[in-house]
Design a protein around this ligand. Structure first.
Ligand code: IMP
Length: 427
């Protein structure tokens, strides 16, 4: 059975949680493959609204095996708090597993994240402050501690003491407070006890599951345009958010993935710094922010909002081999007189059809817009394609044309019922 990747096609916050929740019943495994506590997936179901950060969205479906793969970074303190909160709301963790290979995010990574941002004067990334960059940097420099290290108490304490000493030297160089070693050692031994039952060789188990024909949903976090390699570097996150990253993280061969579903807003948002050619700092941008409730699930920060950027979106489709789109939050555009679509960039009079690798050049890009008619009739209550206003249909068709792939799912509100399924995206 081939594996399916569901990823965000923009800069994150596209509504992946809802789409994963919708498709989860078709899968036996749900694997989160990138990022850590920087993510925020909102799922609204019959039990209420759930804001998930590290736990894979599929955990809300009892029958599924939910996993955190090697390419994620695990913040034990935040994860245990999230699990506790979910348990209190009746969620079971009987079939939840964490990769031994995943790296740990520890309190000194948080402190370093904040300290490093302060020193990026003038060019702050606007990180979530969740220690993501420093944790992945430790991994790449081979100084990281892994989840599996928690299983051997005395070895872990030895490794942690060395890591804290090193982090404190780095913190001192930023003039930041050191992290207290002994309280961290004590706390981490408690984490080890609580997390022990969930830790295993997730990647081996996934390969076995794949060979046995089990259905696997690989869940991305953040978005394709925040990928460390193909995103708008340095205004990216520190993991491989793209479809290829899913295989690396989950220990599956690239040939395992045959479907890639890109979740895209019907517009664009971005949190943090970095070029955003179609940003709308006007009434339309405010309309999108307010109506779309575009405030961070993890940080509460107001998201930057703008028009659908077909240049950046098409790039994400191509890089990730996207097979179909899930277009979300179409209802947010209800009531706008006209809707704009960016179909090209212009830099110093030259037309670009693909985002330039340099953010410096991207920062100069002027969007070339197509303007289409908006719609008055609310889409929120539409239960089928035929019930969508003609103008909204035309807008969706134009996006499909520009992306070169069909929209299989259209979301017109947060509830499961507010979804129009146009084609079997898994078929
Ligand atoms: P970091 O991942 O905390 O290092 O932040 C790096 C960049 O990615 C910043 O611009 C963040 O705002 C952005 N980012 C990280 N996680 C998310 C997310 O889940 N949604 C949207 N943006 C994110």
């Amino acid at each position: 059975m081939p594996a399916t990747v569901i990823l965000g096609g923009h800069w994150g916050d596209e509504g992946k949680g809802k789409v994963i929740d919708l498709l989860a019943p078709d899968f036996e495994y749900n694997v989160r493959y990138s990022g850590g506590a920087n993510a925020g997936h909102t799922v609204v179901n019959e039990h209420g609204s759930f804001a998930l950060h590290q736990v894979p969205s599929g955990v809300l479906h009892g029958g599924l095996t939910a996993m955190l793969a090697a390419g994620t970074v695990v913040d034990p303190r935040a994860l245990l708090a999230e699990m506790d909160e979910l348990r209190q709301r009746g969620v079971s963790f009987d079939r939840f597993y964490i990769s031994e290979r995943a790296h740990l995010v520890l309190p000194y990574h948080y402190a370093l994240d904040v300290a490093m941002e302060q020193y990026r004067a003038g060019a702050r990334i606007g990180t979530t402050g969740k220690g993501i960059g420093p944790a992945y940097a430790d991994k790449a420099s081979r100084d990281g501690l892994r989840v599996g290290d928690l299983l051997d108490k005395s070895r872990f304490v030895h490794l942690l003491e060395g890591a804290v000493a090193s982090a404190n030297r780095r913190l001192a160089s930023y003039g930041a407070e050191p992290v207290d070693r002994s309280s961290l050692v004590e706390e981490s031994l408690e984490w080890a006890e609580h997390l022990r039952p969930y830790i295993c060789d997730v990647e081996r188990d996934l390969r076995r599951a794949h060979a046995a024909g089990r259905s696997i949903l690989l869940e991305g976090a953040q978005g394709a345009l925040l990928d460390l390699d193909s995103g708008s570097y340095p205004f990216v996150t520190s993991s491989s958010t793209g479809a290829a990253g899913a295989c690396v993280s989950a220990g599956l061969p690239p040939s395992a993935v045959t479907k890639v579903i890109s979740v895209m807003h019907a517009y664009m948002t971005r949190v943090g710094a970095g070029p955003f050619p179609t940003e709308a700092n006007d009434a339309a941008g405010e309309h999108i922010r307010t109506k779309g409730n575009e405030f961070g699930t993890t940080t509460g920060r107001a998201r930057r909002c703008g028009w659908f950027d077909a240049v950046a979106s098409r790039y994400a489709v191509e890089v990730n081999g996207v097979s179909s789109l899930a277009l979300t939050k179409l209802d947010v555009l209800d009531g706008l007189e006209t809707v704009k679509l960016c179909v090209g960039y212009e830099v110093k009079g030259k037309r670009l059809e693909s985002p330039p690798p340099s953010v410096h050049v991207l920062g100069q890009a002027q969007p070339v817009y197509e303007e289409v008619a908006g719609w008055e009739t609310p889409t929120a209550g539409a239960g089928s394609w035929e019930e969508l206003p003609k103008q909204a249909q035309a807008y969706v068709r134009r996006i499909e044309e520009l992306m070169g792939v069909p929209a299989g799912i259209i979301s017109v509100g947060p509830a499961r019922s507010q979804t129009i399924v146009l084609s079997d995206v898994l078929g």
